[in-house]
Design a protein around this ligand. Structure first.
Ligand code: NAD
Length: 264
């Protein structure tokens, strides 16, 4: 154990269970001395998140549904009262109706498009704005994205469009808040078996294809993402902002599948 994050406090949004990417990030940050607060969406998740938070010594565990902006306001008001300032925020929140994470993107409905965008894209902007008020001496914000933003992945559909918007917002927010010493970055993770991941039709095939053809020939783990998050949320990355950093076993660099595994 080192003290890379000692004396640093931050909020982790998006733990649903111990498979969540946000959980991999949280336990890595805690192992390096960070003090954490957590949010959960609804009481069913609350029952799972509270013991996880407690296992890392965190007692600030707050309800938050980003569709209801007053619950986001309440979280930051509590943080202001309890900690007065924060050093970082992890945004690992996304949602789209399962029925539109299959078939053609072209068939996306207006109502699900708007809902997907609000939850999976605009919430990061709304959260960054509130977090920045608690970061008088600078800070670091991190969101999670996926390569379906820039290349077509079957079934990813409207979520790919939302992730494209999210990645663009990372760059605009980095420019807006850079003068205040606040950095804004994203990690583009390879497929991980999580609750959200399982909402995508044929997710298993995506996962297996990735494992067979990525340069490292293995799946992305939540600890892989945790290590990169530690870097992006700590002073090790002091000169880095507006970046989309791939943690995907190198999958994004290949242009032809592994010839030995073409059948996979
Ligand atoms: P997960 O299901 O464990 O986490 C998703 C979280 O989003 C849950 O905690 C859920 O409660 C939260 N959420 C959804 N709607 C919300 C709302 N209205 N208000 C507040 N919270 C809400 O799945 P995950 O895969 O760990 O997802 C975390 C992030 O990682 C997402 O942004 C996802 O798109 C991204 N990501 C996932 C993968 C993957 O393969 N699993 C790959 C790349 C990026």
């Amino acid at each position: 154990t080192d003290a890379l994050m000692a004396g640093r406090r931050g909020l982790v949004m998006g733990v649903a269970n111990d498979h969540s990417i946000a959980w991999g990030i949280a336990r890595t940050l805690a192992a390096h001395g960070a003090e954490l607060a957590f949010t959960y969406q609804g009481e069913a998740f609350g029952r799972r998140v509270r013991p996880l938070a407690q296992s890392l010594g965190a007692d600030l565990v707050l309800p938050c549904d980003v569709e209801q902006i007053e619950t986001v306001d309440a979280v930051f008001e509590t943080l202001r009262q309890r900690w007065s300032t924060i050093d970082f925020v992890v945004h690992a929140v996304a949602f789209s109706d399962k029925s539109e994470l299959k078939g053609r993107y072209a068939d996306t409905s207006r109502s699900n498009f708007v809902r997907t965008m609000v939850i999976s894209c605009f919430s990061f902007t709304e959260i960054t704005r509130r977090a920045a008020e608690l970061m008088p001496d600078g800070g670091s914000l991190l969101t999670l994205t996926y390569a379906g933003s820039t290349r077509v992945m079957p079934n990813y559909n409207v979520m790919g469009v939302a992730k494209a918007g999210l990645e663009a917002s990372v760059r605009y927010l980095a420019a807006d808040y850079g003068p205040q010493g606040i950095r804004v970055n994203a990690i583009s993770a390879g497929p991980v078996r999580t609750l959200a991941g399982s909402g995508i039709n044929d997710a298993r095939r995506m996962y297996n294809f990735h494992k067979a053809h990525a340069p490292l020939r293995r799946a992305t783990t939540i600890d892989d993402v945790g290590g990169a998050a530690l870097y992006l949320l700590s002073p090790l990355s002091a000169g880095v902002t507006g970046e989309v950093h791939f943690v995907d076993s190198g999958f994004h660099v290949i242009s032809m599948p592994n010839p030995e595994r073409l059948a996979a």
